[in-house]
Design a protein around this ligand. Structure first.
Ligand code: GDP
Length: 486
């Protein structure tokens, strides 16, 4: 097996295993400089897994033999619609009244266990920023999105943003219409508006999206919400083998007094035990302690469990994978070789770096080159350009969308993955980074922090005052003449 390290200066990923001979043959034909690192063919998993078990493809009958795993849920929605209140109420769902108000540890996620043994894990940071940030890192940890819409306020801009984030990540949505305790509110209107503005058709009006009515503050309807999440889990057929060596995603990490570097993780596959050797990126360690979301010591963490891992030599990078290794030698070897991490870091870099500008450069200079990353084949670039459109007022957004619609040409498929009124936000940048889109801002603000953020993530933002300039730019993109500027 071979790992392609550098290819014409681009981070490049070998996404399938081929013989080194074929690789050499193909690459020399293309005139590319390449160095091939041969690895021992015996014990292929020594020093690091090539593909994490949770990302591997399994035969249907093998998959069906794994037990169902609990879902990991992110709560999204417009500001003040009750996301935080809902999470607080859910967090206390299975806590004895005497314990309520006690110290809950903020480890980035918490689990709700039900009397029938089922469990649901919620990410603690509501909103799409965290969701999109994880996605931009190349790690998708969310299985279900709960979209909170306040019954008294209805569908708002961030409601639509959240829908777009979930859709782009192909994560199923469950609608929770909140604040139904407020008299005179109209859940029916919310349902109809979700259909009209976001194309989300809930079951109550003949669609297939589950929708529950809740009052986060009065703790009403929470059981129905959990039931809906569990039904979705079955539909999504979420499974994991708890008997395999553990694989987790780090959601945050810090140096904690008395404990050293701690990593808050969510198990994706297999199980973690105290005393296990673990490795992540450049660091490794032996698990000294594991704490659950209430700060209690635990000895085992199975699939979808959030836990704090104590015992890493150094800080684990959030968004990276943490693997249980066979022994100390293996853990060290892994961190030295960085095999898995390099693989995923490269995926991540590729996703972030292939911005529209670079796409247009590629179109200009390297037609037919197949080396720009796993999801970005040139044919794809030629056919589909993704944008986020932001403008000062609704009328402008509609005008821009209308013009773009008219501009669509057979050889260039323009996709608007999100549009909205108001300034360009960090959330737009995250969405753009994770969807490989560019942001076109029409007559609206682009705060300097957002510009920095965009630069950091390789996202192109263009600002326009006149609609024809915007259209001209899209035109020139087609000809491969797009310049980056804000
Ligand atoms: P977030 O911005 O979406 O996290 O919203 P919060 O959870 O901070 O809630 C915003 C406001 O709505 C707060 O004043 C809450 O007390 C209130 N709120 C949240 N849930 C409910 C509810 O079910 N009913 C009512 N009447 N108010 C609620």
């Amino acid at each position: 097996a071979v790992a392609l390290r550098k290819f014409t200066g681009e981070p490049t990923v070998a996404d399938s295993v081929v013989s080194s001979d074929s690789v050499e043959l193909v690459l020399s034909d293309l005139g590319a400089k390449v160095s091939i690192m041969k690895q021992a063919s015996t014990e292929p998993e020594k020093g690091g897994l090539k593909t994490p078990r949770f990302l591997r493809k399994y035969e249907p009958e093998v998959w069906a033999s794994f037990p169902l795993r609990p879902p990991v849920v992110t709560v999204m929605g417009h500001v003040d619609h009750g996301k935080t209140t809902l999470l607080d109420s859910l967090r206390n769902t299975n806590v004895a009244a005497s314990e309520r108000g006690g110290i809950t540890q903020n480890i980035g996620a918490f689990s709700v266990s039900l009397s029938n043994g089922a469990m649901v894990t919620f990410l603690d940071t509501p909103g799409h920023e965290a969701f999109a940030a994880m996605r931009a890192c190349g790690t998708q940890v969310t299985d279900v999105v709960v979209l909170v819409v306040a019954a008294d306020d209805g569908v708002m801009p961030q409601t639509l943003e959240a829908v777009n984030h979930a859709r782009n990540a192909h994560v199923p949505i469950i609608v929770a219409i909140n604040k139904v305790d407020i008299s005179g509110c109209s859940p029916e209107k919310v349902m109809n508006d979700l259909f009209s503005y976001a194309g989300l058709q809930v079951e109550q009006i003949g669609g297939d999206i589950q929708c529950v009515l809740v009052s986060a503050i009065k703790r009403q309807g929470l059981e129905n919400l959990i039931d809906a999440i569990l039904l979705q889990t079955e539909l999504s057929d979420l499974r994991a083998n708890k008997d395999d060596p553990g694989e987790a995603i780090c959601i945050e990490s810090k140096v904690s007094k008395g404990l050293g570097s701690v990593a808050n993780c969510i198990v994706r596959w297999g199980s973690f035990h105290v005393q296990d050797y673990v490795a992540s990126g450049r660091t490794w360690g032996r698990i000294r302690r594991m704490l659950d979301d209430r700060g209690k010591s635990i000895s085992l963490a199975g699939p979808s469990t959030p836990f704090t891992l104590v015992g890493m030599k150094e800080l684990v990078e959030p968004g990276s994978f943490v693997f249980v290794m066979k022994d100390e030698e293996d853990a060290k070897l892994f961190s030295e070789k960085l095999d898995s991490d390099i693989y995923f870091k490269k995926l991540q870099q590729t996703a972030l770096q292939v911005s529209l500008q670079r796409a247009s450069e590629k179109l200009k200079s390297r037609e037919g080159d197949e080396s720009i990353g796993p999801n970005m084949e040139p044919s794809h670039l030629k056919k589909r350009l993704s944008f986020i459109i932001k403008a000062d007022v609704r009328g402008s957004v509609d005008a821009v969308l209308e013009c773009i619609h008219k501009m669509k040409k057979e050889e260039m498929d323009i996709e608007v993955i999100h549009s909205g009124v108001g300034a360009v936000t960090e959330s737009d940048v995250f969405l753009a980074a994770s969807s490989k889109a560019s942001i076109l801002a029409f007559n609206c603000k682009v705060p300097s922090a957002v510009i920095q953020h965009a630069k950091h993530n390789g996202v192109l933002i263009r600002h326009y005052r006149i609609i024809y300039e915007l259209l001209d730019d899209i035109q020139s993109l087609q000809e491969g003449k797009f310049e980056s500027s804000v």
